[in-house]
Write a protein that binds this ligand. Structure first.
Ligand SMILES: Cc1cc2nc3c(=O)[nH]c(=O)nc-3n(C[C@H](O)[C@H](O)[C@H](O)COP(=O)(O)O)c2cc1C
Ligand SMILES: *[C@@H]1O[C@H](CO)[C@@H](O)[C@H](O)[C@H]1NC(C)=O
Ligand SMILES: *[C@@H]1O[C@H](CO)[C@@H](O)[C@H](O)[C@H]1NC(C)=O
Ligand SMILES: *[C@@H]1O[C@H](CO)[C@@H](O)[C@H](O)[C@H]1NC(C)=O
Length: 421
């Protein structure tokens, strides 16, 4: 069986496989965002002063809630961002999202009891943590684990949600074990430890059903007042009128290539993927319900070698007609090739793709616009409805699971189709 933490992730050119939208859950961008090391000034500062002490980071940026994610292909990361956004908009929490890999956990026992730590954790392999969660997991599960001020976590209050697939033997093993361990070490869980199930296709609904009682329990525990959700943007769009789509520094979705610094150098791994060319591709046979393709991928320049079970990541793009519809619905059709930069409005947010870029490139390569729209997204968008009637309808669709299913049935509208309908 493959050990995920030793897998090499190779990023392919999109040439042939651009239509495989399956992997688009923001996943690739999770893998490749570091090599880009965005050219944006706001990010540069963040990089240089990077601390591995999350409590210090929270103090510096005045946060009282940190949402850690253990994610391989981006789903847990996405849920972590959603929790952070919701905590901020509904309860005025000062939230930040954090990659487990970016911090140390020796001082987990020193989190003040008026702060909350959330964990959103996927399970892989034979019940193993994601690559970015290995150190955290091994630290807290160590035989005689100690922290900077002792060996218990009496002050720690935490929230936990796991992502899994019940067709695997070790279903949601990581969140279960982390929860058990933290509790055993004296920490206090707020709400239940949620479990989302990809296998039953209920991940999204499991998450929604878990989070509301969790927020109620958290509000109770921290004495938070719920307020009317206030939308607070995390990023700002800055027009770059002096640039055009042809300007050299403008990123147009080139796969894994920092167009300013050239192709990244080895050694290649999941954090620094190698962009391989598809050397050959031909269909071996085709029947009514499947097609079988022989494909050769050229990794000769990479110093990587293939072993059974290794992973390959596909550089996908959204379908052209979906991009067109999305831009049209948002009234951005005429501006699709305008050059913009994205600026993080708060110090812990990372711009998830290189800029300057264009609306077209963002919609085509970076946004999840093809998947069915979530109820939570509809709730968030309700604040932007053109009139009160539409707002009320969107709020209801967002909050009422049965009504949503009655209305949208099996249409699986994506965001543009939903807004148009
Ligand atoms: C190769 C592979 C192995 C997996 N192993 C498990 C497992 O052992 N137990 C489990 O509950 N889920 C397992 N899953 C399901 C993932 O945890 C689930 O799809 C999750 O949503 C992935 O989250 P991520 O996108 O944040 O990485 C596995 C998924 C894949 C692709
Ligand atoms: C360290 O431990 C002592 C005794 O267990 C406790 O009184 C103190 O509050 C702890 N300090 C921190 C920063 O958690
Ligand atoms: C869950 O796991 C099974 C078995 O590996 C797989 O066939 C299925 O596609 C998975 N579901 C999702 C949504 O990933
Ligand atoms: C290639 O890989 C081998 C073994 O994995 C390693 O010893 C060697 O240093 C690598 N060479 C380069 C140029 O990265």
């Amino acid at each position: 069986m493959a050990e995920l933490d030793t897998l090499d992730i190779i990023v392919l050119g999109a040439i042939l496989l651009g239509t495989i939208a399956y992997f688009t859950k923001g996943s690739l961008w999770g893998v490749v965002k570091d090599p880009y090391a965005s050219s944006f000034a706001a990010n540069a500062g963040q990089k240089s002063g990077r601390t591995r002490n999350f409590i210090e980071k929270m103090d510096e940026t005045d946060k009282n809630c940190i949402v850690f994610y253990g994610s391989q292909t981006g789903t847990a990361e996405d849920y972590a961002s959603r929790l952070a956004k919701e905590g901020k908009s509904r309860f005025g929490l000062n939230t930040m999202v954090a990659d487990l890999e970016d911090y140390d956990f020796e001082n987990l026992d020193e989190v003040p009891s008026d702060k909350i730590v959330m964990f959103v954790l996927a399970t892989y392999g034979e019940g193993e943590p994601t690559d970015n969660a290995v150190e955290f997991y091994e630290h807290i599960r160590g035989d005689d684990v100690t922290f900077s001020n002792g060996s218990t976590l009496d002050n720690l209050k935490y929230v936990a949600f796991g992502l899994g697939n019940n067709t695997y033997e070790h279903y949601n093993a990581i969140v279960r074990r982390v929860d058990e361990t933290l509790t055993k070490l004296g920490a206090t869980r707020i709400g239940t430890a949620g479990e989302g199930d990809d296998g039953a296709g209920t991940m999204e609904e499991d998450f929604l059903a878990w989070k509301d009682p969790m927020w109620a329990a958290l509000a109770d525990s921290m004495g938070l007042e719920e307020r009317e959700a206030v939308y607070e943007p995390t990023f700002a769009i800055v027009d770059r009128d002096t640039l055009t789509a042809e300007s050299e520094e403008v990123y147009l979705g080139e796969p894994n290539k920092n167009h300013l610094q050239g192709t990244p150098k080895g050694p290649y791994n999941a954090q620094n993927p190698y962009t391989a060319e598809v050397a050959e591709s031909r269909e071996l046979f085709k029947s009514k319900d499947r097609s079988c393709i022989h494909m050769e991928i050229d990794v000769s320049g990479s110093n990587l070698s293939y072993q059974t079970g290794d992973h390959i990541a596909v550089w996908p793009s959204n379908a052209g007609f979906q991009v067109d519809l999305f831009l049209k619905v948002l009234g951005l059709e005429g501006k699709r090739n305008h050059v913009i930069s994205i600026k993080a409005l708060e110090p812990t947010a990372k711009v998830p793709f290189p800029t300057p870029t264009t609306y077209d490139a963002i919609a085509r390569y970076h946004m999840e616009i093809g998947a069915p729209v979530s109820r939570q997204m509809i709730s968030t968008l309700a604040a932007f409805a053109p009139n009160d009637e539409v707002k009320a309808e969107m709020t209801r669709l967002g909050n009422d699971k049965d009504y949503f299913h009655d209305k949208t049935g099996n249409s699986f509208y994506n965001i543009a189709q939903f807004l148009e309908a």
